[in-house]
Structure formats: C-alpha cells, structure tokens
Design a protein around this ligand. Sequence first.
Ligand code: TRP
Length: 457
Amino acid sequence: MTHRENFGSKLGAILAAAGSAVGLGNIWRFPIETGRNGGAAFILIYLACIILLGMPIMMSEFLIGRHTQSNTARAYQKLAPGTPWKWVGRLGVFTGFFILSYYAVVAGWTIEYAILALGNQFSGQTAQDFPRIFTEFSSHPVKPVAWLIAFILLTHFVVVRGVARGIERWSKVLMPMLFIIIAILVVCSVSMPNAVSGIRFLLYPDFSKVDGNVVLNAMGQAFYSLSLGMGCLCTYASYFNRKTNLMKTTAQVCVIDTLIALMAGFIIFPAAAAAGYGLSPDDIGPSLIFITLPNVFQQAFGGLPWLAYVFSVMFYLLLIVAALTSTISMHEVVTSYMAEEFNLPRRRAALIETSASILLGIFCALSFGALKDFKLFDKTIFDIFDWTASNICLPVGGMFISIFAGWYIDRKLFRDEITNGGTIRAPYFKALVFILRYITPLAILAIILNQFGLFRL
Ligand code: TRP
C-alpha cells in the first residue's frame, strides 16, 4: 500500500471540500433549476433539503472517509467486510464518471467565454446579441468538443500531481477571490434598472406551482451542489487528518455552498429582468450565465468600458477555476478507486478515467448541435445524463450512505469520529443518528417513488 497524502492544513481541507462543492452547480445549474421550478418556493424546499438531507449525509461521508482513509469502495469493504455494501461505493465511482463527462462540457464553455472576454468580444453587443452568440457557439461541431477535451486534460494534470500540491494550493487562493467577485456582481445586478421583478421572483414564494417534480428537482440540486451521494466528499475526507472537526467542516461547507448559490441567483434573475429576457428559462434557453451575465457586464459598467472588460475576464477565469476544483474532485474519486483497487500507478488510473470521460463527454457536447434531435423521453443526451445522475443516482447513493451510517456503523466508532476521540463535544449526536436512521432515507425514498407514481405525497 502506498503512502497516502494528507491535506496540509485545516483551512486547506475546508477549502478543498468547499472547492468541490462550489462550482457550476451553484452558478450555472442552481439558477436554471430555480427558473424552471418557479423561484422562491423552490429555493425554500432546496434549503430544507440542504439542512435535513445534505448536512447529515455530508457528516456521514466525512466520517466514513476519514475513518477508513481509503477510496470510497474500499471504505465500505473496511467497515463492512464481505457484505454487498461495497456496491454503494462502486455506484459512486460510476456516478462520478458519468457526471464528469457532461459537467466538463459546460466547463469547456467557460473556457470559450473566458477567451471571448479576453478578446473584448462582448463590448458593444446588446441584450439581443447574447442569445445568438451562445447558440452559435454551443451548436458548433468542433469548438465545444475541443474545449471539453481541454478541460478534462487540465483536470487530469492537476489530479496526477496529487492532493496537497495540486488541489489544495489552488483552492486556497482562488476560492476567496471568486467569492469577492460574486459579491460585487450581486450589488451591480440588483441595482440595475428594472431589476425588481427578478428580485421578487426570488423572494415571494408561490406554492401553487409546487408538485412532486419540483421537490425531486430541489433534492437533486441539493445533492449535486454539495457534491453528495457518490463518495466524493468521502474520498476527500480520507485525506483529512485526525484533528479536522467534521461537524464544523460540514457546517462551513454547507453555508459557503448555499451562500454562493443564492448569490448567483441574485446576480442572474435581477439581471435577466433588467435585460428584458423574462424569468423562465424557457424564454431564453437553459444557459442563463452565458447569456445574462455578459449583458450584466455591459450594462452595469457601460459607462466605464475598461471596468466591464476587467470584470468579465475575471469572472470567467474564476468560473473556470470553480469548475476545475469540482472536476478534480470527481476525477479523484475514480482515479483513487482504480489506482488502489486494481493496483495501477496513479498516473495510469488517471489516464484511463480521462480517456473514458472524454469519449462519453463528446456525445454530451454534441447534443447541443449535431445530436440535438436525438432524444429519449423528450430529453437530449446531455439532459438525460444530468437528470439521471442528479435526480436518481446521487439521492439513491445518499440514501444508502445514510442507512449505512445510521444503522450499520458501530455507535461508538461513530461517536469517536465526530468527537475526535472525545476531545470535542457533540450534543447533537442522538439527533443526528435519529435523522440518519429514519428521516433521511425515508424522505429520499418517498420523493423518488412519488416521481414514478408508485406513491403519493
Ligand atoms: N458540487 C459541484 C458543483 O456544484 C459539482 C460536483 C463536484 C459534484 N463533485 C460532485 C456533483 C460529486 C455531484 C457529485 O458544481
């Protein structure tokens, strides 16, 4: 067994986990889902999912990973030798491979937009031009595929450099920068003329539109945004040291992730309202950040073109970084699994994952252009991947993780891990076990069965 690395510092561990959680899920996907599912009411259900499902499951993943110090499949084998529990880990590895393949498509778009921003291509364009620019690019037969490949290769190189040197160092500097830029953009966006209807959309819930589908989407988004349900944070926690306070880290990651998602909402919707795009993504297609945001930069800093330039360049560069810290975490799940389970050199394991994801990703990239009309259940290849992974694979993974943590793991071991061997207090211990045993698995099951019409909520 090779020596396993550790994150070098407490801050490094938190930022790496937050780096995994914060990404396109917050800035690109959260506004889409919020738009599709009716706004404020969706956000409230989403927040409930973060607290009731997300936090307990994140604790469980941290605990399982740090205790076993192994990749996610081995982790279950160590805690439950000779049982089928290892399949939960394997499901996670599979889901990670799946998600990386289509996630990298959107991540590739961010490279194109960073280059457009660098070349000052947004200047002088109006609100009507941006939808066209996006459609032309995303349906192009070559460009999105090239950027997809570039992005996965970028991920590959960070992953082969290893955990501390690669992942940690990047996260430490760039995450705080992203946060600051986003905060500034919120202020710009909400103060644009006519932004009010966008703000109202985010603040006044209309529960009449809520159905089982909305709840399923909110749950899927919670898992997706927190990187939960596939052993991603479990793998990262295997690099935590014994002093990391698991509960505190959970709370910090959840707060940071949720704040950034909400802030992204407060950038996109007021800005979309101000540009006259309408608030339902049906009006403008599913890619708000690539249409609304370039327009924000032009409008908000119109009087000062250099400021518009600086902001759009910084924003898209940081978005690349935010996406990269997330793709790294997915890649790492598969790479560490293959390296440790099949005894491959890390480099070779990473190469296999990279090639496989590129191959699958190409189909997803083309589903905005050449393969646009190839549909199943009225969804493109990209949408099928996205829907299945986030609404089914992740929640099912999360359900098993909570059952495993609540029912299977020895109570003493559980308490030992969350109190770091009795050195920190954990007054919430009983409540946490109760939630993991009864609330979380039953809620997930009910929401999924409801969707398939097997059960009525
Ligand atoms: N949470 C990340 C985001 O919001 C994406 C991500 C990284 C992810 N690792 C994951 C999603 C594992 C699901 C599972 O962009």
